[in-house]
Design a binder for this molecule. Sequence first.
Ligand SMILES: Cc1cc2nc3c(=O)[nH]c(=O)nc-3n(C[C@H](O)[C@H](O)[C@H](O)COP(=O)(O)O)c2cc1C
Length: 452
Amino acid sequence: MKRTGQLKLGAFFHPTGHHIASWLHPGAQIDAGTNFSHYAEMTKAAERAKFDLIFLADAVATRDGNLEALSRWPQYMAFFDPLTLLAGLASVTTHIGLVATATTSYNEPYNIARRYASLDHMSGGRAGWNVVTSGNASEAYNFGRDAHYGHSERYERAGEFVEVVKGLLDSYDDDAFVRDRGTARYFDPEKLHFLNHHAKHFNVRGPLNTARPPQGCPVLFQASSSDTGKDLAAQIAEVLFTPLHDLEKAQAFYTEVKGHAAKFGRAPEDILIMPGLNVVVGATQKEADEKLEYLQTLIHPAVGLELLSNALGGADLTGVDIDKPLPDHIISPEDRKTSPRYAYLFKEPLTVRQMYERYGAARGQRTLKGTPATIVDQMEQWFVNYGVDGFLIQPPVLPLGLDEFIAHVIPELQNRGLFRTEYTGRTLRENLGLKRPASRYAQAAEPARATA
Ligand SMILES: Cc1cc2nc3c(=O)[nH]c(=O)nc-3n(C[C@H](O)[C@H](O)[C@H](O)COP(=O)(O)O)c2cc1C
């Protein structure tokens, strides 16, 4: 049976856009990474278009590698702290959700709980936290470590981290602050709880010095692609952000994640699947094709090679001819077929330039290029056939690509009844159709007491 209803949409802002060469395009804000007005104007435009949310990625390090290439590729090299940015954006908007990434590998739960609770209060319940375990291994060097945590260790730490944050957010009951001048009582001491968390990665007494936020807890996003990542998502994520490239695989993933969540006592609608979607829109298919081709011609070969080297697990590409196929000695024929990371780059004979163009177009996410009608056909097909609950739209160039999506694709979605024309909820949770979590103390049969 086909699904009815409306899909969810996030606008994923990467400073100058998601295409690797976006900053060279005249439609990009060239100093975007440190330009608040750029983000403010885009967020207001996304709110007028009724997007559920804006979404920001993060890294707590610059990228390391060949500076000759990195100096031509600004992504993550000049980048606002996302929570600071969202606090500013909260003050120029009223409805749109504000979602920022924060790593559990190089933060402390107390700081994170406090910052997101503050953002949720300041925005009237519009905060979301994208939980990641850090994709950039160089972050370790900024936090007193010689190497990044191993994969399983960082996921174990992430699970405990999120539990502590949720516990801290429940420090005060929702009605703890009586603020009664008559009795000179500001808060009810019975309604303040010490977490007293003592486990492998964290020792946190609490309580948090912030009132329980309007949403109870910011909406928890999670970005991952591995099985371990999926396990954590099934337990904690309310929105899962992951690359999905074909409908059949998306449907299998959808069923698997929602089924897995049930094992943790969660309903299928408690977790939404929203992959990234890089949209290139044109008045005709030809125009859309040409737009992407133009962007591809802007990729500097040094950047293309650095990107491809990363995609191929750090392969040394010094001296390769970019207009010839990749020499056999760099990646063995066996690895070309079997590597889960890059086998797709060897599915057909490509030159090195074509390989990096394919990889660089969407930073690993799916690209849709076409007219508004063909783009919406695809989005609709994935939604009504239970492949996704919505999409995080990744415009290739910002602000141009967002403006085009809003002008041409949103009206087509709305005409087909697939997207809202007005906000119905007050908070991000309400707009996404997610429940507000009750405090753990309200749920407990015997409410816990403060034990200082
Ligand atoms: C779609 C997607 C987006 C991600 N965004 C970020 C990010 O903004 N910051 C970050 O530090 N890590 C990010 N990551 C990295 C993950 O947190 C994780 O460290 C990495 O994907 C390895 O875990 P996995 O094997 O479960 O995918 C992202 C991963 C995916 C799949």
